[in-house]
Design a protein around this ligand. Sequence first.
Ligand code: SF4
Length: 235
Amino acid sequence: MAPSRPAAAPPAALPVPGKDPFDIDLVFRLLRQAVAGLPKAAMFELRDRGFASPFEQLVAALVSARTRDETTIPVCLRLFALARTPEAMAALPEEMIIEALHGATFPEPKARDIRALSARIAEAGAVPDTMEGLTALRGVGPKIAALTLGVGFGRPAISVDIHVHRIANRWGYVATSTPERSMQALALVLPERYWIEINERLVPFGKSVCTGERPKCSTCLLLRQCRQVGVTTHR
Ligand code: SF4
């Protein structure tokens, strides 16, 4: 359930000379335009290729932790060619999972976690569909759980990675110091209809436009809305 909304307006709602009022609906329309044609974030690419079940999304989110999307996608395709259900995954020898995870970060611990959670889910009969249930699985943190809930179950959940955290702060939409705090702050101000989509749009946008170093502000479609908080140099 969404936390209750605060009385105070988000920082981006304050008037700034030379900027338009921050309109989140307009921002999302512009974002969709800005990322059209860019490679999708791994979870969404896998969903669109048919690997959309909660179990597949949970495993893919676990594989994607600290691993580039360009690596996560082929690794998951290799793994799902071996097993696509908790029962089949739990039956695989751990060495075979490690081999499939080649290229991803931390293949051994990830293989152990994937096998263990597959066995638990096979025994329980279903993937947990709550944040508490998912984070009770070993190796599953709030970000992985939010991706599983959002992309796998279609439930409103905000997954905040470094791109979402950085860009929401640059907009002035939140003012936080960590992705975890951004997740909490966004839950208070972001309309629920954008909770899943924010990750889908901001990952490619953050890789190509609003990059960590020298974002491309001068050609950015969001320049009129964005408060450019903390941006000292840009292209
Ligand atoms: S104007 Fe600059 S800081 Fe703002 S979203 Fe665009 S690239 Fe990022």
